[in-house]
Design a binder for this molecule. Structure first.
Ligand SMILES: Cc1ncc(COP(=O)(O)O)c(C=O)c1O
Length: 413
């Protein structure tokens, strides 16, 4: 039984269990009616994209685009599921990549604009990327100089420079996720900016946020206007990066829209945003099953889903993901530590409480598992990779891809 289905008791809907803000979205009633009965019937582990939730998030992105007159790209580093691209393509302007492979993915699977930034490119990578992307960003004036001839041998390519604006607003992970942390390798610092060949540069790029609220987005936009205005006036486009958590409850997109409009009016530039997490936050699940139990002062349930292999951010950030129908330790009568089956002692997802004792085979539905999850997973200990699946708006469940021994073996040479 999936936690939250409640057996004979009342069904727990996602909206009721997690996020009252969702209840205010009037046109997505199907999503709010969604129960988790489907989780009992599926093979686990599985990452499941909830199409209704994705559409809800895309509707917010569309509102920002419309209101601000800006472009929005998907940062594929956070979420790269080609099966979802047709829906995303309807709203978004393209993708932004971290290098050649993601640029190729964006070019072949998404279409529209492809932007690419890397703090350094491998030999030949810029030349290869010129065939995949139309917007290529560099990390320093020297990188631009050394790649200028390559770029200019292809007509129509736009050059970007990433700057380090010295604006810190990451809301999690401290320096781990703050692109402006001391000694950051990302972006030209102020002292380098007069060496940038501005006449060759089309786009000023800055990525400084992480899961930031509207105050972070607005703060960054105003900071760049206030402190880098002389450079902004030399380009046609400003890309304010990712980390705009526009689908987080409480994020006031009207404030973002107003800040972008004011910036565009003052500097007469186009504005681009390239969020990843903010587009797919709360749009899907990782469903695992209870495989067994262990007692060692506390009750421990061992799952076929693992923090170490399937939710690396749980250990890296770190954070404790939510589970449908579970409470914090002590909030409900039955307490368990949930862990994966790898050898890593720290492969612990968290400690939770439940309304009834767990049983082997119970499904456990972790929420908010579309961002930085399957794009980062691994097969440590030979742990099987979860299925990639889609839950459509009428509740239909479709596995896009299953993985087996061959996928594990293939990566080992
Ligand atoms: C350059 C750049 N753009 C966009 C993003 C996407 O950020 P997020 O997923 O937090 O929106 C990142 C994330 O690291 C990034 O490094």
């Amino acid at each position: 039984m999936a936690w939250g289905d409640g057996g004979t008791g009342p069904r727990l809907t996602l909206a009721a269990s997690l996020n009252p803000w969702w209840l205010e979205v009037s046109d997505l009633s199907k999503f709010n009616m969604q129960s988790f009965e489907w989780a009992n019937a599926i093979a686990t582990p599985a990452y499941v994209l909830d199409i209704a939730a994705l559409k809800r998030n895309l509707a917010r992105a569309a509102e920002v685009k419309r209101g601000a007159g800006c472009k929005i790209l998907l940062a594929t580093k956070s979420f790269a599921l080609p099966a979802a691209f047709p829906i995303m393509r309807e709203v978004l302007d393209g993708t932004t990549a971290s290098g050649e492979y993601e640029a190729r993915l964006g070019h072949e699977e998404f279409g529209k604009e492809v932007h690419v930034y890397s703090p350094a490119y491998s030999p030949g990578e810029v030349e290869r990327v010129t065939k995949l992307a139309q917007h290529i960003y560099f990390n320093s004036p020297e990188q631009i100089e050394s790649n200028l001839a390559t770029i200019r041998s292809h007509s129509g390519l736009k050059i970007g420079i990433r700057i380090n604006p010295g604006f810190s607003n990451a809301t999690l992970g401290g320096a781990l996720y703050d692109p402006c942390a001391p000694f950051s390798r990302f972006g030209a610092t102020r002292d380098m900016l007069d060496r940038v060949p501005w006449d060759e540069v089309d786009i000023l790029h800055t990525h400084a946020l992480c899961e930031s609220g509207d105050e972070g987005s607005v703060g960054l936009i105003e900071h760049v206007g206030r402190h880098f205005g002389d450079y902004v006036r030399r380009v046609k486009v400003v890309n304010f990066g990712g980390g705009h958590f526009i689908n987080r409850p409480g994020y006031d997109i009207q404030k973002l829209i107003a800040a972008i409009k004011a910036f565009k009016t003052e500097f007469n530039v186009e504005v681009v945003l390239e969020p990843g997490a903010g587009l797919v936050v709360d749009t899907g699940y990782l469903v695992g099953s209870v495989l067994g139990f262990h007692e060692n002062d506390k009750s421990i349930a061992i799952l076929d889903a693992s923090a170490s292999t399937h939710m690396p951010d749980v250990l890296e950030v770190p954070y404790t993901p939510k589970i449908v129908g579970a409470g914090e330790p002590g909030a409900k009568p039955y307490n368990y530590i949930l862990g994966g089956k790898t050898c890593m002692t720290g492969d612990i997802i968290g400690e939770y409480s439940f309304d009834r004792p767990m049983r082997i085979g119970d499904r456990v539905v972790f929420t908010d598992m579309m961002q930085y999850s399957f794009v980062k997973n691994n097969t440590f200990n030979g742990v099987p990779l979860p299925d990639l699946a889609i839950l459509d708006e009428s509740g239909g469940y479709r596995v896009i891809r299953s993985f087996g021994y061959e996928d594990f073996r293939h990566r080992l040479g």
